[in-house]
Design a protein around this ligand. Structure first.
Ligand code: NDP
Length: 248
């Protein structure tokens, strides 16, 4: 099989389920060494065992992306133990949908700290090294919700709009120095994401929406990430928006 990413090292945040897990599998399948970070250690170990069985080099990282020091440590360990860091996939995220009126601000803090500050901390931790080596990919999993605001998704929308702005600004800052900065923006994907919604009506709406269509699979998004990072050095895919065919 072709191994277009042989010799490259990737770090995927939120690799314990869903899109992050599928992305780690896809990157490893393309020949990359992969560092897999998340909070649920048991899930990471199961994934690492599977990847190692398939011949990949893997590093499990206890990583809470809301912890700046943990982000810096994850990047340092990846460089030390896997010998470099060429691809960061900022995937960890939470989607605590609900109306703004009546919301629990704790949901807002979790979304802003994970979806926004997590991306900022991880990006900060990798970017200097990538600039020094004159190459690298920083791919952030944003969302359709980063392009279109909707009633009942306000703060999730705000968190994804924030990373879209951050990513585009960083792209302009570093692209001429060889570091590619990209956004992958999924529509509805069947994962654990909506299980954590705290507002009951919002959780029910999310379930009904998923049942009303053929949703994407995590692997559909992993293929988009592979497409982005597999381009030759002179090609930068800035943004990929992938919806289920059935989603308006
Ligand atoms: P999952 O809930 O399956 O995966 C989320 C991942 O993020 C888990 O691995 C979780 O691991 C990790 N995570 C959450 N909080 C933290 C944290 N503080 N530190 C480190 N890791 C964390 O959902 P998805 O795969 O769907 O979500 C992945 C990304 O895709 C998110 O950014 C989401 O916004 C985005 N997305 C998803 C869509 C969908 O429809 N599913 C649509 C558009 C975008 P753990 O709990 O072990 O830490």
């Amino acid at each position: 099989p072709a191994r277009p990413l042989a010799g490259r090292v990737a770090l995927v945040t939120g690799a314990s389920s869903g899109i992050g897990e599928a992305t780690a599998v896809a990157l490893a399948g393309a020949g990359a060494a992969v560092a897999i970070g998340a909070r649920r250690r048991d899930r990471l170990e199961a994934l690492a065992a599977k990847l190692r069985d398939d011949g990949a080099r893997v590093l499990e990282l206890d990583l809470d992306v809301t912890d700046e020091q943990a982000c810096a440590d994850a990047v340092r360990r990846t460089r030390e133990e896997l010998g470099g860091l060429d691809v960061l996939v900022n995937n960890a995220g939470v989607m605590l949908l609900g109306t703004i009126v009546g919301a629990d601000p704790e949901d807002w803090r979790r979304m802003v700290q994970t979806n926004v500050m997590g991306v900022l901390y991880m990006t900060h931790a990798v970017v200097d090294g990538m600039l020094e080596q004159g190459s690298g990919d920083i791919v952030t999993i944003s969302s359709v919700a980063g392009r279109t605001a909707r009633k009942g998704a306000g703060v999730y929308n705000a968190s994804k709009w924030a990373v879209n702005a951050f990513s585009e600004s960083l792209r302009q800052e570093v692209t001429a120095r060889g570091v590619r900065v990209s956004l992958v923006e999924p529509g509805a994907v069947a994962t654990e994401l909506s299980n954590h919604i705290t507002q009951p009506e919002a959780r029910e709406q999310s379930r009904q929406m998923a049942e009303s269509m053929r949703t994407l699979h995590a692997d559909d998004i992993a293929r988009a990430v592979l497409y982005v990072v597999g381009q030759p050095p002179h090609v930068a895919v800035n943004e990929v928006l992938v919806r289920p065919t059935d989603q308006e």
